[in-house]
Ligand binder design. Structure first.
Ligand code: HEC
Length: 117
């Protein structure tokens, strides 16, 4: 089970990398707007809130791990079908298109990650 999890994380990291470097070139405000509308309610506008008291604060997560976690929420079918809190993030991510996903990921990496990029 653990090795399947690692494979998923690895695959997502490899796939997500070219996309996020592409998004880095786009200088716009999209990521900030998405975060403020769709994420800050649970994670805090400064990334300093533990969502539902169970997530880590975004300011405590490294940039690469943010990418891994967010990609996992968008690809893991078990999480998507899970009810309750486990399914919460998958539903958030499912509402974003590819470009919005990359923009908001870049935003949280640049503004909150322990190793801001
Ligand atoms: C309705 C509340 C809610 C909203 C809105 C929400 N999240 Fe979350 N988020 C959660 C919860 C709950 C968890 C913990 C899920 C888990 O560990 O299974 C989480 C986990 C995360 C994590 C991983 C944190 C960790 O502990 O590893 C990241 C990164 C994240 N969210 C980013 C986002 C982004 C980006 C958005 C906006 C697109 C967003 N969240 C919107 C509730 C929310």
């Amino acid at each position: 089970m653990k090795s399947i999890f690692l494979k998923i994380v690895f695959t997502c990291t490899v796939i997500a990398m070219p996309c996020s470097s592409f998004a880095q070139e786009a200088e716009d405000d999209t990521g900030r707007q998405i975060f403020s509308k769709k994420c800050s309610g649970c994670h805090g506008k400064d990334g300093n809130t533990a969502a539902f008291g169970i997530s880590r604060k975004l300011v405590e997560i490294s940039a690469s791990e943010m990418g891994e976690r967010l990609s996992l929420f968008s690809t893991d079918k078990n999480l998507q079908n899970a009810g309750g809190v486990s399914g919460v993030m998958s539903k958030q991510v499912a509402m974003l298109n590819k470009q919005e996903f990359e923009s908001v990921l870049l935003y949280i990496k640049q503004n909150f990650a322990t190793d801001k990029q």
